[in-house]
Design a protein around this ligand. Structure first.
Ligand code: ATP
Ligand code: MG
Length: 361
């Protein structure tokens, strides 16, 4: 029996997605384990992790060898443990006796630089610049009037700032503890502030897209793409996310609401949905393939699509480790199908992997 290891920085023993996967494992003849890269013994390579017990219906502590298939769900921060875990994950990815379901995407800036050269997707990308020279960045803010700056290895809406330039002054807006706060300042103060934030992290700049509805709520379309057992990309979930009135973020972790696709569409008649949907199908048929060609094999992609007031369609963000919160829009049966997808895909990989008893192709 092959083993699929769910890898997380801190194993979450109560997440329904992972227990759901583990329960589905039995039907697919795959044993699902849960572990942290920090819990691999460097010499013996034994892992102190968790094995799911179907009898008692929960994860139990166990020790095992590194599983041959890995579903990478590690989310890194800036701390020492994350740095260590990242290096271990890279070591695992480089081993050819192990197989990751997906090998992840680089940061937003690297993705942008690669995709900008691809004619099929470049028209959908908001122009993005890396903040390097502060005077040049201030000049861009003055030219565009309203911009967003955000860390290029962003996480769940953290450190996303809107900067507005008018005749008199600059205004920075951001979200702190789910509340919008704003500060007005002159050019010199803004320059010092930009220097401060970009010293700790690299930031990118884009113009602020007009992603607000008639109640001035920011919204976007979240599409979850996953690979089937036949290695075809399928849309397994799509829905809109609407943030708080007059706010900035559409991240569900920042308090946005998840709304079924058809319900939102029905209530937003001012958009040209025929045009939007033809643009979306163009994106869905080209982007996943391009991402895999440019970077590495993937199992799932969370796409954030912004729809402008003029029905323009923008690819704002793509994540190879998407959150699964939007699954709340699906029925129990549909969610169960999604729990089994990583297992089905794992079997497809198994057939190709000689070390796991499959045929070499
Ligand atoms: N150019 C923009 N125009 C309008 N809103 C934006 C823009 N960039 C970001 N936002 C808002 O900020 C949110 C977070 O931005 P983004 O998705 O790029 O990064 P993130 O969610 O922090 O990163 P990750 O998804 O990798 O964790 C978006 O969902 C959107 O609501
Ligand atoms: Mg995002």
């Amino acid at each position: 029996m092959n083993r699929l290891g769910i890898m997380m920085l801190e194993p979450d023993l109560f997440h329904s997605f992972y227990t759901g996967m583990a329960e589905a494992g039995e039907n697919h003849n795959i044993e699902v384990v849960l572990f942290s890269p920090l819990q691999i013994h460097p010499h013996t390579e034994w892992v102190q992790g968790y094995r799911y017990s179907n009898e008692i219906g929960s994860w139990e502590k166990d020790i095992f060898t590194i599983p041959e298939f890995i579903y990478d769900r590690t989310f890194y921060q800036d701390d020492f443990a994350s740095k260590q875990a990242k290096a271990i994950a890279q070591w695992l990815k480089n081993r050819d006796d192990l197989c990751f379901l997906g090998y992840g995407l680089p940061n937003k800036w690297t993705i942008y630089q690669h995709l900008k050269k691809q004619d099929k997707v470049s028209p959908y990308l908001p122009e993005t610049t890396l903040i390097e020279s502060i005077p040049e960045s201030i000049a861009r803010i003055k030219k565009d009037k309203l911009v967003i700056i955000k860390p290029y290895d962003g996480a769940h809406g953290n450190a996303v700032y809107e900067i507005e330039a008018d005749q008199k002054e600059m205004t920075i807006r951001t979200t702190k503890k789910l509340e919008m706060i704003e500060k007005k300042m002159d050019d010199d103060t803004l320059a010092r502030w930009l220097e401060g934030v970009t010293r700790k992290k690299s930031f990118i700049m884009q113009r602020r897209l007009e992603n607000t509805d008639d109640q001035n709520r920011p919204f976007d379309l979240r599409i979850l793409l996953q690979k089937s057992e036949h290695e075809k990309w399928i849309v397994t979930c799509k829905g809109f996310r609407a943030g708080n009135q007059n706010s900035l973020l559409t991240n569900l972790s920042a308090g946005a609401a998840a709304i079924p696709y058809e319900e939102w569409k029905k209530n937003q008649k001012q958009y040209n949905w025929k045009y939007i949907e033809s643009e979306l199908s163009e994106i869905l048929s080209t982007l996943p393939v391009i991402l895999e060609e440019e970077f590495a094999p993937l199992f799932e992609i969370g796409l954030d699509i912004v729809i402008g007031k003029d029905s323009s369609v923008w690819i704002l963000d793509m994540n190879s480790k998407p959150g699964h919160k939007m699954l709340q829009l699906l029925t129990h049966e549909e969610i169960k199908q999604i729990y089994s997808l990583p297992l089905r895909y794992c079997k497809a990989l198994q057939r190709k992997m000689p070390a796991a008893g499959g045929e070499s192709t």
